[in-house]
Design a protein around this ligand. Structure first.
Ligand code: F6P
Length: 547
């Protein structure tokens, strides 16, 4: 955004940045077609693998030189030291003075990670044990509702990181879930979300998990109070029922108690876990109830495997580093505005939505750690839909539009629901789309098919459109953990080089403050004195007049 007149940052003054700028100019006139024609081994060489997660990045507009230059930039900007600082528990979230230790959530017993001199790994395992005990009691029917009935419905109430991870993981791992139970997720302050979630459920069989790191978030608290009223209205108003139907997941015991949930029924986590990095903490309790503690631990092991890979593998073979560098390459040197994530796996239908918070709340920053305005682009817009659906919707623009949209295709060798030829057809489309984007179809090829001259330009595919292909064997809890950690660390890599704080989210505050003020104005019995801009004032008046 408008970086024209800014003084040069330390990043753009680096020799490797200047080299990349010059190199990008050369690369703009090189095509993927040429790169593949001139180097027939490229498709095998430009690949990397981590514990069963295979990345083919050959269909990117890069050469070995590009990678050398990007790696030089990573080294010059101290990526290695920054990774070590995160794993060491340094307070790298400087604007909130916090350590950033989601990696501790999946550290095996016995590993030591210190925050302010205290090893946090034992506490992580204590909470996991408590979650496991509770999940087993709910799943087995030992935990009963106030009227003695088994719990059959679990409703997670949360928003942002306290919702998107749980929803995504539930959908992703549905195959492994207890099908006799119903799981729903209420996030929006729009009352419709709650009303539709409970309309066909029996209160006496329903358990609410109120998930909020702060336990002060307006949407979640409003929904939690509504849930409490709903439950009490259905169960005859006996306050004692709340203890059997509500548990809390939070870092804020004081607020949990204030809400009326016994802190014995609270599952804690810590301020060194960011909301968008919390789905593998107690925030994942709904996931654990759905798939069981053993599968949940498998997922944690997947996260941990990718953590180890990120921390220890040389950058040139390091999946999150490569993914992060490629994103930076297109964002800063090719003017790409977005990244499309396209999972060819129906169970991953909420994965792009999950990644939106992870990537954009993390890297949507306009100042450096030192507080100066950046003079380069930071976090791109992430978006996507599962294939093959997207092909019949927005792929047209990716193939023939005027924008460059780097794509991540995610596919699996095996389906969890093998039905006839479905899976081969699905995977044929993954490979075909990446091929079509990269190599396109020339005017000569179109003409050779007997196309009328006037129609030829419409049917030409320019190609040269980059993509990654990520392949794994089959979607398991472990693989899901690996994939999430892959993107978490890719985001980290980008932020480390951009020199921004990927772990705060001040940009969400202003709207919250204004909404609180406006709410008072919408509900005021007397006409309020409005002191907003003329547009906001008029909208408020119109709403008041017609509500
Ligand atoms: O408003 C943004 C945010 O703070 C996210 O970062 C967070 O995931 C979400 O709200 C929910 O916060 P909490 O878990 O504290 O309710």
């Amino acid at each position: 955004m408008d970086s024209g007149n800014r003084t040069k940052s330390s990043l753009t003054q680096r020799p490797s940045w200047a080299n990349l700028l010059k190199h990008a100019d050369e690369m703009r006139s090189t095509t993927l077609r040429d790169l593949f024609t001139n180097d027939t081994g490229r498709g095998e060489r430009f690949t990397a693998e981590a514990d069963g997660i295979f990345l083919d990045y050959s269909k990117n507009r890069v050469t070995e030189q590009t990678l050398q230059l990007l790696l030089a930039l990573a080294n010059e900007t101290g990526l290695r030291g920054k990774i070590d600082a995160m794993f060491r528990g340094d307070k790298i979230n400087i604007t909130e003075n916090r350590a950033v230790l989601h990696v501790a959530l999946r550290a095996p017993k016995g590993e030591q990670i210190l925050v302010d001199g205290k090893d946090v790994v034992p506490e992580v395992h204590e909470v996991l044990e408590k979650m496991s005990g509770f999940a087993n009691r709910v799943r087995s029917g030992e935990w009963k509702g106030a009227t003695g009935k088994h719990i059959r419905n679990v409703i997670n109430i949360g928003i942002g990181g306290s919702d998107l991870g749980p929803v995504m993981a539930y959908e992703a791992l549905r195959h492994y879930s207890d099908r006799s139970m119903t799981f729903r997720f209420v996030s929006n302050v729009d009352g419709t979300d709650f009303a539709e979630a409970v309309r066909d459920l029996a209160a006496e069989e329903t358990l609410f998990l109120v998930a909020s790191k702060t336990f002060t978030t307006l949407e979640t608290m409003t929904n939690a109070h509504t849930a409490r009223e709903w439950l009490l209205s259905k169960l005859g108003g006996d306050e004692a029922a709340v203890a059997k139907h509500f548990v809390a997941i939070s870092t804020n015991a004081k607020e949990v108690a204030k809400f009326g949930i016994d802190t014995a029924n609270m599952f804690g986590f810590w301020d060194w876990v960011g909301g968008r990095y919390s789905m593998d903490s107690a925030i994942g309790l709904s996931t654990m109830i759905a798939i069981g503690p053993d599968h949940f631990r498998e997922m944690l092991a997947g996260f941990h495997a990718m953590d180890v890979h990120f921390r220890t593998t040389p950058f040139e073979r390091n999946l999150p580093v490569l993914l992060g560098l490629l994103t930076l390459w297109y964002t800063d040197f090719f003017d790409a505005q977005t990244v499309a994530v396209l999972p060819y796996e129906q169970y991953l239908k909420r994965f792009p939505a999950y990644l939106q918070q992870l990537t954009m709340e993390s890297n949507g920053k306009h100042v450096t750690l030192e507080g100066t305005h950046v003079d380069y682009e930071t976090g791109p817009v992430y978006w996507g839909e599962p294939g093959t659906n997207g092909q019949h919707s927005f792929y047209q623009l990716i193939h023939q539009g005027t924008r460059q949209i780097p794509c991540d295709f995610i596919g699996f060798a095996k389906s969890l629901n093998p039905l006839g030829r479905h899976h081969d057809m699905l995977m044929a489309n993954v490979f075909a789309q990446a091929e079509a984007l990269a190599f396109g179809k020339t005017a000569e090829q179109v003409k050779a098919e007997g196309t009328a001259d006037w129609l030829v330009p419409h049917r030409v595919f320019e190609g040269n459109r980059p993509s990654n292909t990520i392949l794994a064997e089959v979607l398991t809890p472990r693989v899901l953990g690996q994939l999430i950690a892959l993107y978490e660390h890719s985001v980290f890599t980008q932020a480390a080089i951009w020199n921004i704080d990927a772990f705060d989210q001040w940009g969400v505050e202003l709207g919250k403050v204004l909404a609180t003020k406006i709410l008072g104005e919408l509900e005021s019995p007397a006409d309020p004195a409005l002191a907003h801009d003329s547009s906001t004032n008029a909208l408020i008046r119109r709403y008041r007049a017609s509500k």
